[in-house]
Design a protein around this ligand. Structure first.
Ligand SMILES: N=CN[C@@H](CCC(=O)O)C(=O)O
Ligand SMILES: [Zn+2]
Length: 412
């Protein structure tokens, strides 16, 4: 099947295959073609150029994109999309004055979600999760990372990872999975955190490794959760199973997690709401990418990761949703891009780079995703008629997407 888009007002993020991420000043540049065509063959981007060179005769279907813009689908490199139920009550508790930490200390938070998930049958959990995935695909997400971490027992963590595997098999979106056994200390290990860390290392991790259910390893490195030493022990053990680190650090406190993550060659460090200068310094000249999660800051009313400062420091900034029931019950990358412009002072070009090519690199898929490049997956967002791409974050909260194609299939 050959599909030809013609008269595209602007084809965004057109890049050579050797560009796998963009950093610092280069993030200001969003290469594009105006009055363009785009040819999709099967699930692959086959050709593009300006309308003058379009061959309209050999296509099976011609789609007129007059007044519309095409860009690559969003690459959401940090989500917890597999979860059971919701935490609406905690949302109200926070409105009434409790903090996220106070709620967690009372057994709410991650432990609340773990309890619900453990009691939810696999089929039901799959149903809830696939609805969320279908929804975010319609919102333009074509590649997504999903974490475990609401199981906190071997059985429930494997249950989560199996659901991620099923989603991978059943949907065109590219999915990467991450084992986050060390997300919180379970209730029955309340006074024995070291015992739980040992259980993750000796029992759960080998099972995850053997079953090849995860691509990455994550730890919530934070006061009251897991220390830098805990994280290092888990990352070290995960190396034997070939799992690369992508870790939660600096959400509420800077405790040295970034330096340790860099030492362990983490692909990403995520959250970064609290970011002293020495932690920014520690990321320079490394392969570790900083990931900001602005919807979490919005929802919890906590500081935003200093996206502007990280880019000024020459780093390759990434944006993701953090879709989860406690700190970001939205997986809408359009909102992420808008919030990054409004609250982190990124330009629309920087935000789109952070949410496409850099998001792809932050989950190891930038050879196939994240840009309009010949040979990459045909993952595209066709917008409604808009004046320019800056209108997307400007017109925040409104849906400017006409159609989404993932792997050559229209999903909306
Ligand atoms: N901070 C750790 N984990 C999630 C939130 C988990 C939850 O509240 O359920 C996050 O990235 O924000
Ligand atoms: Zn998270």
């Amino acid at each position: 099947m050959k599909r030809l888009f013609i008269n595209i007002k602007e084809l965004l993020q057109v890049r050579e295959a050797n560009i796998l991420k963009v950093s610092g000043k280069d993030m200001k540049v969003l290469p594009s073609l105006k009055n363009a065509f785009l040819l999709v063959e099967g699930d692959t981007i086959a050709a593009y150029g300006t309308m003058g060179s379009a061959d309209t005769k050999n296509a099976d279907e011609v789609i007129d994109a007059t007044g519309k813009t095409i860009l690559p689908t969003w690459c959401d490199s940090h989500t917890h999309l597999v979860y059971a139920g919701n935490r609406e009550q905690e949302f109200v508790d926070r409105i009434n004055g409790l903090t996220y930490e106070e709620i967690a200390n009372k057994g709410g938070g991650i432990l609340n979600s773990a309890k619900t998930l453990q009691q939810t049958l696999e089929e039901e959990l799959y149903e809830q999760s696939r609805k969320r995935l279908e929804n975010v695909m319609k919102l333009g997400t074509g590649a997504i990372e999903i974490k475990s971490g609401y199981g906190l027992t071997a059985e429930a963590e494997i249950k989560m990872l199996n659901i991620i595997k099923k989603l991978k098999e059943n949907y065109p979106a590219t999915i990467k999975s991450t084992f986050l056994g060390a997300h919180a200390v379970p209730e029955n290990y309340k006074n024995n955190k070291d015992g739980y860390v040992q259980k993750v290392i000796d029992e759960i991790l080998p099972e995850v490794g053997k079953s090849k259910l995860a691509d990455y390893i994550d730890v919530f490195c934070e006061k009251g959760y897991f220390s830098v030493a805990d994280m290092e022990a888990i990352l070290e053990a995960a190396k034997t199973h070939g799992l690369t680190p992508k870790v939660h650090v600096n959400q509420f406190n800077a405790i040295g997690g970034i330096q340790a993550a860099v030492k362990h060659r983490a692909l990403t460090v995520d959250h970064l709401e609290v970011m002293p200068d020495e932690d920014i310094e520690a990321l320079k000249n490394t392969g570790t990418m900083p990931v900001g999660l602005p919807l979490c800051s919005y929802f919890l009313s906590i500081p935003y990761a200093p996206g502007r400062k990280l880019i000024e420091a020459g780093l390759p900034f990434v944006l993701a949703t953090d879709y989860n029931p406690g700190s970001s019950p939205s997986g809408n990358m359009n909102q992420v891009v808008a919030a990054a412009c409004i609250k982190m002072k990124l330009t629309p070009a920087e935000a789109i780079n952070a949410a496409t090519i850099n998001g792809a690199h932050a989950m190891g898929v930038s050879r196939t995703h994240g840009s309009i490049t010949k040979g990459k997956k045909a993952n595209i967002i066709l917008t409604k008629e808009i004046p320019s791409y800056g209108f997307l974050p400007y017109d925040f909260g409104n849906n400017n997407i006409d159609k989404v194609m993932i792997n050559g299939e229209f999903v909306s």
